[in-house]
Design a protein around this ligand. Structure first.
Ligand SMILES: [Zn+2]
Length: 104
């Protein structure tokens, strides 16, 4: 098994069980379960798989985020962009969450 090193202090992290989360993608939603690692030194916890997949705290994959951003740029109305986005991706998407996303 690969060693996980703390991004904060460089200490070896300890496996601390598995947690599940939901990930939204263009075809809908999937539930994934992945290992959680905790740093005994500074207490920081990470999910190595999330990092590998570039998942953020939000349940969005990078492809979905990119798609949403592209749409927001092309459609000069968040409301309409959100509606179109939901139609295309089957992922419920509100005007405010799209607006929030664009701020990143
Ligand atoms: Zn640490």
């Amino acid at each position: 098994m690969n060693e996980v090193v703390c991004p904060e202090c460089g200490e070896k992290m300890k496996s601390s069980g598995r947690r599940s989360r939901k990930v939204l993608h263009a075809e809908g939603e999937v539930k994934i379960e992945r290992g959680y690692h905790r740093c005994p030194e500074c207490g920081r916890g990470i999910f190595p798989l999330d990092r590998r997949l570039h998942l953020t705290r939000r349940s969005w994959t990078p492809a979905t985020i990119l798609q949403a951003l592209r749409m927001s740029v092309e459609i000069p109305s968040y409301g309409r962009a959100a509606a179109q986005f939901s139609e295309l991706t089957h992922v419920g998407q509100s005007k405010s969450s799209l607006q929030e996303l664009v701020k990143f």
